[in-house]
Design a protein around this ligand. Structure first.
Ligand code: TYM
Length: 337
């Protein structure tokens, strides 16, 4: 059966390895499998919720779209669009915001992490971020949402909002299908190269914590060489890896990039010094990422092509989103001429 796939990334800074292994790679697999209809958004409205640089936003949106395409999303088969060019997202967000209890949003771990100790000063947009995310998904009645592990809680809220709506306004019918999270592969949570308890993130202060999709071979090698490890050798079993998050992270990245089970990687490198694994990992990462980096640079040299792809994607996305918003408003009882 054909599925409707929807997923998005924020155009904040450069995409990093976690975005690729945790999400983007699965987007491409879902596009290539069967006759799924895939929509991949660049969520620029989300990107302004924690402060942003107005002079860089439009280009960051283009660059994120370029990364999708360079990684294998085919704009002739999948729709790539900027969230802000489909106003139905923000409109549906308002309708959902009115149905969502603040208590539910207060429990969101991403808000707590991002707002830090200064929750009182955080913007309303950051607080309401997961509601807009629910609108992104439900405005297309998406059936499947491929994301990294960190988005699980947000997906649960989207399902919760969908059921609430169905119960309250659709007499219990499934007007909004409950979206299924697709969280698969050995790297659903890639950790920082400097601290195995923190996830790799494009917004972390130090660039040494992550591999960016735009890093060159020397930078990749330097970052893996300096990656934190412990005093022991490479673990050769899950048991030996217990309590050693940095070691397990490197093994997980290797497994994901080489498409082999982590056990096989542990068989090969277990018992050796970390330097052997790190060298192999650098070579593998360069081999897998450099075609993406090169393609991204080519695409970015002709922004008109990306702009045209984003325009066509927005048109298609709007044509799907508009009827959902219209039906939703009707069911909620709004006046219409
Ligand atoms: P964002 O932009 O932070 O991340 C984009 C995708 O990358 C995944 N990811 C990771 N996966 C594994 N390891 C990591 N270290 C890692 N870091 C990031 C994320 O899980 C995500 O899938 N809220 C979303 C964007 C969003 C969205 C949506 C996603 C807005 N609306 C609708 C899906 C559907 C976010 O901040 O992603």
């Amino acid at each position: 059966m054909s599925k409707r796939i929807l997923s998005c990334m924020q155009p904040t800074n450069r995409l990093q390895l976690g975005n690729y292994l945790g999400a983007l790679r699965n987007w491409v697999n879902l596009q290539d499998e069967g006759d799924n209809e895939c929509l991949y958004g660049v969520v620029d409205l989300h990107a302004i919720t924690n402060g942003h640089d107005a002079s860089a936003l439009a280009n960051a949106t283009r660059e994120t779209a370029a990364a999708y395409i360079a990684a294998g999303v085919d704009p002739r088969r999948s729709y790539i669009f900027a969230q802000s060019s489909v106003p139905e997202h923000a409109q549906l967000n308002w309708l959902f915001a009115s149905m969502t209890q603040m208590g539910k949003l207060e429990r969101m771990t991403q808000f707590k992490d991002k707002a830090g100790k200064n929750a009182e000063r955080a913007g309303l947009g950051l607080f309401a971020y997961p509601v807009l995310m629910a609108a992104d998904i439900l405005v297309y009645k998406a059936s499947h949402v491929p994301v990294g592990d960190d988005q699980k809680q947000h997906l649960e809220l989207a399902r919760d909002i969908a059921s609430m709506f169905n119960e309250k306004y659709a007499g219990g019918e499934e007007f909004f299908p409950l979206p299924e999270p697709v969280i698969t592969g050995p790297a659903t949570r890639v950790m920082s190269l400097r601290d195995g308890t923190q996830k790799m993130s494009k917004s972390a202060e130090s660039d040494m914590t992550r591999i960016n999709l735009t890093d060159d071979a020397d930078t990749i090698a330097k970052k893996f060489k300096k990656a934190k490890t412990d005093q022991g050798n490479v673990p050769s079993s899950e048991k030996e890896g217990e309590g050693r998050p940095e070691a397990m992270n490197l093994l997980g990245i290797y497994a994901a990039l080489s498409d082999t089970p982590i056990e096989a990687v542990m068989n090969e490198y277990g018992g050796q010094q970390f330097s052997a694994l790190k060298t192999a990992l650098s070579d593998l990462a360069v081999a897998k990422l450099s075609p993406i980096t090169i393609r991204m640079a080519e695409l970015m040299s002709d922004p008109t092509e990306i702009d045209n792809i984003l325009k066509a994607g927005a048109e298609k996305a709007s044509s799907l989103a508009a009827p959902t918003l219209e039906d939703t408003m009707k069911m909620m009882g709004f006046w219409k001429a």
